[in-house]
Design a protein around this ligand. Structure first.
Ligand SMILES: [Zn+2]
Length: 376
């Protein structure tokens, strides 16, 4: 059975890589059939930072956003963020980082080795923002559309020098004490070499363990461990608005804590379609992420004490926009690589404390600034 799974995975990866190579350096045209309305939020005047929502578009750089902006008829929710900075993404031992090292930089404030999650360059575990916030009495959450053992959520909830050590990373979730966890990857929690059923273990720890959005939506109490798919969640057209829905559900429950909360939301699969050089699916992911940004900003405007940061860990695909027309919602783009590229990524911010996020800085500074503003 395992052999069949491995062969199927290998086949899928080979097909995607071959497809990506055949698309590379060729113009692709994409038209958004149904542009969406964006929200308009006013800047917040208050000074107190009670909550922080860190939104990470995996592999999303300026070109992805400008492409998405053009395809959506010249508007994005992200434009409501009044402050923009630039983050330098290189890791400890490579110029071009991966999501493991980049996620670790933002989660723990330390540059680490390529392929590591939640550990320093010697492999020692590092406390993450979710650990530190929880220790100070804040509520915490992680919402992603990939399998939970994938690099970005793992950088916040697990510790391993090898991001591919799925069994160990999944087991680490049991000790991460995050109040609201949402993502995919049930396979790594239930079909394990060590025969443990981690979902049952979460239940014993007192967690609610819904296995679909329908099961999750009416739950009124944390802690919640919601793993809603075997591996990654499906493409946006099939999964609907669940990234936004799960994020708003997390906010609804975490905001009950008077001391505040820290929430990480990831648009996880932008990166995959950057790797596959698939402009259509990439744009669907950027737009899904941006719609989630819109919903979160509207909530933050009302709340007045929430800092929202929208950034990325690195760029994927070396996307270049070579043509298009915002009046016809059309873009023409080309990819230059099936991997990540080396470029600073934008950091957009909204709400109290956002003024600290202008300028050019290391990706580790995102951790430092959040820690300072939340007084952790
Ligand atoms: Zn990647």
């Amino acid at each position: 059975m395992k052999k069949i799974y491995l062969l199927a995975t290998l086949f899928a990866v080979t097909v995607c890589t071959t497809q990506a190579q055949s698309r590379r350096d060729k113009e692709q045209t994409y038209t958004l059939d149904k542009p969406y309305e964006t929200v308009l939020v006013q800047p917040v005047k208050g000074k107190k930072v009670k909550n922080v929502i860190l939104m990470i578009g995996d592999g999303m750089s300026l070109m992805h956003q400008y492409s998405a902006w053009t395809a959506n008829g010249g508007k994005l929710n992200i434009e409501n963020c009044p402050i923009v900075g630039l983050s330098k993404t290189y890791c400890a031992n490579k110029l071009i980082t991966d999501s493991g090292a980049a996620g670790t930089a933002m989660a723990t404030g330390q540059k680490t080795n390529y392929h590591s999650v939640g550990v320093d360059t010697n492999g020692n575990p590092l406390p993450s923002l979710t650990d530190i916030a929880k220790d100070k009495g804040l509520s915490t959450g992680v919402v992603v559309t990939c399998r939970l053992n994938d690099a970005t959520p793992a950088a916040f909830c697990a510790n391993s020098p090898d991001r591919d050590d799925a069994e160990k990373i999944a087991a680490d979730y049991l000790d991460c004490n995050v109040d609201f966890i949402f993502g995919g990857g049930s396979k790594h929690f239930t079909q394990r070499k060590d025969k443990r059923n981690l979902i049952e273990e979460f239940k014993v720890k007192g967690y609610n363990t819904p296995q679909s959005w329908d099961e999750l939506k009416d739950i009124k109490q944390t802690p919640i461990f919601a793993v809603v798919d075997t591996l990654d969640l499906p493409v946006p057209s099939m999964r609907g608005e669940v990234l936004g829905d799960a994020s708003m559900k997390a906010i609804e429950l975490l905001s009950k804590n008077k001391k505040g909360f820290f929430l990480m939301v990831e648009g996880s699969q932008l990166d995959d379609y950057g790797h596959f050089n698939d402009l259509d699916l990439l744009m669907q992911e950027v737009h899904d992420f941006d719609r989630t940004v819109g919903r979160i900003l509207q909530w933050a405007e009302k709340d007045g004490e929430t800092l929202v940061i929208v950034t990325a860990d690195h760029e994927t695909g070396g996307l270049t926009l070579v043509g298009g027309d915002k009046n016809t919602n059309t873009i023409v783009g080309k990819f230059s690589t099936g991997g990540h590229s080396g470029v600073m990524v934008p950091v957009y911010s909204y709400g109290p404390g956002s003024q600290d996020f202008g300028g050019i800085y290391e990706n580790t500074s995102i951790f430092d600034k959040i820690k300072k503003l939340l007084k952790l």
